[in-house]
Write a protein that binds this ligand. Structure first.
Ligand code: BEZ
Length: 337
């Protein structure tokens, strides 16, 4: 009998020890030690250092350092230091750069399924778009980069898209007629603005300020973040906070390098990117009102345009792009309410 009591006690202690271990790894991200390999990665992106994507890159660096016990370090190259997005993607694909946060807009010109993210008014708000990150269809869109030697890891959101105008208060889509309007080089974005009657001018970010200042363009598709960081309030009087499209960066890595890592190290990469992307969206969502006030304080007239006025153009977009790709169709079927 005494023997059984002893045995029972040992089982009880083992169960308690196992439960305690399970609880602590649930509540606190223990730094996984991985394989022991050391890495110094390069990460490139297009935005200035006060933009959310750069902050997300810094968060990623910090998370990698912490979770790998210092084995994984990152050198960040912001503000197009390594060239245009086309250059950066080429460098990531060839392996001379390891990571990039590249606009999904640019990626839509290399991998058409990314067009799905530019379905106008597909999401109620930033949080709803962020929830879409975890869906099968969003992950399958990332998977279309495999054939380019790129591992699509996740999406990092900045604020939604708005419309800025140099000196005309555009109150309805028809007011866009004939405006020279800067749009990121991306086929679905260009098409959307063409459907509104604007003449889309395909200009990369670094050329936009001078173009609107000198009157080469009458307005631009932008986010509030870059409107502040690039001081567009100095050269555009009107800001229509339409939030008509979301603005994800695709967090990507050279696929060969990723594939060669141990499973434990892959997990560190995946979890660190996820932490950075979560940080980015939570921080950004809380800044919306502050950003609008900042722009008003800087003299820009901030206003809204009724979403219902865009309904015919939304329909046109879906009818054009839905049939072009099964992933775009699945995306629209999943998120259009
Ligand atoms: C743009 O091309 O409009 C853009 C690119 C990156 C971040 C923000 C805006």
């Amino acid at each position: 009998m005494k023997k059984f009591k002893h045995f029972g006690l040992i089982v009880l202690v083992l169960v308690l020890v196992t439960m305690t271990a399970a609880c602590s790894s649930d509540t606190e991200a223990e730094p996984a030690s991985g394989s022991g390999d050391k890495y110094t990665f390069k990460l490139a992106h297009i935005t200035p250092t006060d933009h959310m994507w750069h902050k997300a890159a810094e968060k990623f660096k910090e998370e990698l350092d912490k979770r790998s016990d210092g084995r994984m370090q990152v050198e960040i190259y912001p503000a197009s230091q390594l060239g245009t997005e086309a250059d950066m993607v080429q460098q990531i694909s060839s392996g001379s750069v390891d990571f990039g946060f590249i606009t999904a807009a640019y990626m839509s010109s290399r991998a058409p399924a990314f067009t799905a993210w530019f379905a106008p008014y597909a999401f109620e708000d930033l949080e709803a778009a962020n929830d879409a990150r975890d869906t099968e269809v969003a992950k399958n869109i990332l998977g279309t980069l495999d054939s380019q030697g790129i591992k699509g890891l996740d999406y990092v959101f900045a604020g939604n898209r708005v419309m800025l105008f140099k000196d005309k208060e555009v109150k309805k889509p028809e007011d866009m007629n004939g405006l020279a309007f800067r749009v990121t080089p991306s086929p679905p974005l260009q098409d959307f603005y063409k459907s509104l009657g604007a003449s889309p001018e395909s200009l990369p970010l670094p050329e936009v300020y001078a173009a609107i200042q000198t009157g080469v363009i009458d307005g631009m598709d932008m986010d509030l973040d870059a409107t502040i960081t690039n001081k567009y309030y100095e050269v555009a009087k009107y800001g229509a906070v339409t939030n008509h499209m979301v603005w994800p960066a695709v967090a990507m890595m050279n696929k060969d390098k990723y594939d060669k890592m141990s499973d434990a190290d892959k997990k560190i990469i995946d979890e660190s990117i996820k932490a950075a992307a979560d940080y980015s969206v939570t921080t950004r969502a809380s800044q919306e009102e502050e950003f609008k006030k900042n722009l008003s304080d800087n003299g820009m007239k901030i206003y809204e345009i009724d979403k219902g006025l865009f309904d015919p153009y939304i329909k046109q977009f879906d009818e054009k792009y839905g049939p072009t790709d099964p992933l775009i169709k699945e995306f629209l079927d999943t998120f259009r309410k």
